[in-house]
Design a protein around this ligand. Structure first.
Ligand SMILES: NC(=O)c1ccc[n+]([C@@H]2O[C@H](COP(=O)([O-])OP(=O)(O)OC[C@H]3O[C@@H](n4cnc5c(N)ncnc54)[C@H](OP(=O)(O)O)[C@@H]3O)[C@@H](O)[C@H]2O)c1
Length: 247
């Protein structure tokens, strides 16, 4: 099959493109650095020529609520319209488990808009809600770090290895549209602060971590809201196995 990966230079997009090629598929890589801008639509029609399925693993920069909704709205509308013109038969969206239980988070609001457009669109679809990735804690702590101190929330999550997410996306993109797929999660629960501490240790970085619910993530993300729902698909790689492979 010929499959386009939007966000193919990113964390999950790059791994998904590699997994698809390993399975013998032809991959079209889409990103601004590769000459296609989903916000303007520039280069999109040419990129989707002859494409059977599209995986959307695009990400928005950290912005306010309205800007994030506008970003995911524009990129998704442009992608779906170009897919309809090109006769693409399957749109696979990487989304977030627990998305509909969290209010007031800009990124989650943008992702909800993305899900709405995909599920109301004309291109047959699969939405894949994944839990946070094993590198999420480090990403959050890096974003929050000021003068050697990072204030981050002690989120209870069940993280998944990026390569496991990519394997699921590659598998689903080559199958029939499945609508809303079950949550996809890793094998065990973790505390975000503890994950960040262990990742920093592994990298030899000294960062003071201060647990708080008044930084990026508020109390609406406390408790079990981010954990996978019933019947979730559990991927194999533990946080410890992933961490052991980090440099
Ligand atoms: N982090 C988590 O724990 C987690 C958990 C569940 C789901 N997710 C979801 O996973 C998705 C992918 O995340 P990620 O961490 O893999 O992303 P990432 O590493 O930040 O990569 C983002 C990709 O999007 C591309 N991109 C950004 N703006 C674009 C534009 N206007 N046009 C075309 N391409 C554009 C980037 O390439 P260029 O810069 O070259 O354009 C890059 O390839 C996100 O939607 C996120 O919500 C994340």
């Amino acid at each position: 099959m010929r499959i386009a990966v939007a966000g193919a230079t990113g964390n999950i997009g790059a791994l998904t493109a590699t997994a698809l090629e390993r399975d013998g598929h032809e991959v079209v890589r889409i990103s601004r650095a590769l000459g296609v801008d989903l916000q303007t639509g520039d280069g999109l029609d040419a990129a989707l020529t002859g494409v059977d399925a599209v995986v959307d693993a695009v990400n928005a920069p950290a912005m306010g609520l309205d800007e994030t909704i506008a970003f995911f709205g524009a990129t998704t509308r442009n992608l779906l319209a170009a897919e309809a013109r090109a006769g693409v038969r399957h749109h696979v969206l990487l989304s977030i488990a627990g998305l509909h239980r969290v209010e007031g988070n800009a990124h989650y609001s943008g992702k909800r808009e993305q899900e709405r457009l995909v599920s109301e669109g004309t291109v047959p679809w699969t939405i894949v809600p994944a839990t946070m990735f094993h590198d999420f804690a480090e990403m959050v702590a890096d974003g929050a770090e000021k003068e050697g101190v990072a204030r981050i929330a002690p989120l209870l999550i069940q993280p998944i290895a990026p390569a496991d997410v990519a394997a699921v996306l590659a598998e689903l993109a080559t199958g029939a549209p499945a609508g809303r797929y079950v949550d996809v999660a890793g094998p065990g629960t973790q505390d975000l602060v503890d994950m960040a501490r262990r990742t920093h240790q592994k990298r030899g970085r000294a960062v003071e971590l201060v647990p708080t619910w008044s930084a990026v993530f508020g109390p609406s993300m406390a408790g079990e809201v981010l954990l996978p729902g019933p019947g979730a698909r559990i991927a194999p790689t533990t946080f410890e196995e992933w961490l052991a492979e980090q440099k």
